[in-house]
Design a protein around this ligand. Structure first.
Ligand code: FHN
Length: 468
């Protein structure tokens, strides 16, 4: 039994102000700002990593990168391994591909936006690019009516009213313009000195711009470009954060000209959000902490991207987080002013693993009954007190969240300071809409949940109270 004395400091206080950002740049373009505020309302999204790496069920792309932290079959020499990996494009034939089922599962979980890997670092295009033969429409799946996977995925999620994000890797380890055959491939960076071969890099910049143009003009409305591969960036933007990655840093600038990509994308879809991850500034419209939730509340738009299992893509026997754990993270992220982008990987045949579908269904059981306390809310300066989180609704209502461990329940009394409950306000438990019995004494307001609500709380990962 969780002995709870819930004193809700929902009045603004000087304490625990938001963690001020040192290098976040709010967009100037009104349509981008409007799109950003809309995205902030959505709170919960799905990022889907799907590519040839699903065939063997290994980590996406990284095993072909010649950096010693990467795990790969050392029985093969590196060149043979790379050949084997790229050869997976001739085996990838997802005959059970069912993007409508993916979209329905994600929607039922309460997710509102999608980020889909149109191309990961390995350069394999999950769309029918005119600028590459290394693509899903040039292999065993090419005759399938759904072979242009990105188009099918975007359409299926758009039909469920999802905000559409295109994940696009700035580095492309299959492109001769990035890993040039004239030199041995090295680590994650391009493998030639751009200062000596500027025309080769110009070719890569054009190749990238052409693919961004395809993705933002031939695949319906794309709301966001989620650019990954932060090491591809102008040299002058290398900062302590990049140095902390402890990865090789070239002496030259890998500037892929993101302003040009933004211009192309926004000409095709005005207001497109640009997420040039970790390369702060004008084209990082929100920040993207990965696999972690920031300590404090952040005063700028941000999103935690986190895997449901341990891998971004499908790997066999992955260990998935419980639905309770995901819902706790969702509430924590929302109370701190962010969004949660949850990562799943479909199998080589094109379906979500059954355990993933089950988790998404369980998550939906909670989000569907507490949706108003998630979407459209905004964080407050006093976002946390003890074990509890708080947010503001947009119409003066407030929400208080009590996170419960397995088997825990709320206690017989919850205490509110008098000041937060005006004379005519009332308090309800959100999932039952049951009005709370409230006693006012000695400058405090005591909520006395009914036996029914206390019993129900044993089955809930989070109990939400709404102060009207
Ligand atoms: O290198 C990628 C990684 O494979 C994965 O796609 C993640 C997802 O956020 N992004 C990069 C690592 O930050």
């Amino acid at each position: 039994m969780k002995n709870i004395c819930l004193v809700l400091f929902l009045i603004f206080s000087s304490v625990a102000g938001a963690q001020l950002s040192l290098n976040y740049t709010y967009p100037n373009d009104p349509s981008v700002r409007e799109n950003l505020e809309h995205w902030r309302d959505l709170k919960f999204g799905i990022i889907i990593h799907w590519g040839i790496y699903a065939v063997p069920g290994i980590v996406e792309s990284w095993s072909i990168c010649n950096e010693d932290w990467v795990g790969r079959d050392t029985a093969l020499n590196y060149e043979d391994y790379k050949k084997w990996y790229f050869g997976l494009s001739k085996e990838f034939n997802p005959t059970q591909f069912n993007p409508e089922a993916w979209a329905s599962s994600a929607k039922n979980a309460g997710m509102k936006y999608l980020v889909f890997t149109t191309k990961h670092h390995d350069g394999f295009c999950m769309f029918d690019s005119k600028y590459s033969d290394f693509k899903i429409t040039n292999g065993p799946f090419q005759s399938n009516p759904k072979s242009n996977v990105t188009r099918e995925v975007f359409n299926a999620f758009r039909k469920e009213d999802f905000f559409i994000g295109a994940y696009f890797s700035k580095p492309d380890w299959h492109s001769d313009y990035y890993w040039w055959h004239a030199f041995a491939t090295g680590e994650r960076n391009n493998n030639y000195d751009i200062r000596k071969f500027p025309e080769q890099w110009k070719r890569f910049q054009n190749y990238t711009a052409n693919q961004i143009s395809e993705l933002t003009s031939e695949y319906g409305k794309v709301d966001m470009l989620w650019l990954d591969g932060g090491w591809v960036r102008p040299l002058e933007t290398i900062n302590d954060e990049v140095l902390s990655w402890q990865c090789p840093i070239p002496a030259w600038s890998q500037d892929v000209n993101v302003p040009r990509l933004a211009e192309i994308a926004r000409k095709n879809n005005p207001g497109t959000l640009l997420i040039d991850r970790t390369v702060h500034g004008e084209y990082e419209n929100y920040r993207t902490p990965e696999q972690r939730i920031p300590e404090g509340r952040l005063d700028y738009p941000w999103e935690t991207c986190m895997t449901l299992g341990n891998a971004w893509g499908f790997v066999p026997n992955d260990k998935y987080k419980s639905s309770r754990e995901v819902i706790h993270k969702l509430v924590e992220v929302v109370a701190k002013g962010g969004n949660l982008l949850l990562g799943v990987g479909p199998t080589a045949t094109g379906v979500f693993p059954e355990e993933v579908n089950l988790r998404l269904k369980e998550i939906g059981n909670w989000t569907s009954r507490n949706s108003e306390a998630i979407y459209n809310t905004r964080s407050v300066s006093e976002f946390k007190w003890g074990d509890f989180y708080f947010t503001d609704g947009k119409n003066g209502e407030k929400y208080a969240y009590v996170l419960l461990k397995e088997g825990e329940s709320i206690g017989k009394e919850l205490v509110l300071p008098w000041s937060v409950v005006s004379s005519d306000s009332y308090i309800e438990e959100l999932s039952t809409r049951e009005k709370m019995k409230v006693v006012k004494q000695y400058g405090r307001v005591i909520i006395k949940p009914s036996v029914r609500v206390r019993e129900l709380s044993k089955t809930l990962p989070v109990v939400v109270f709404k102060l009207n």
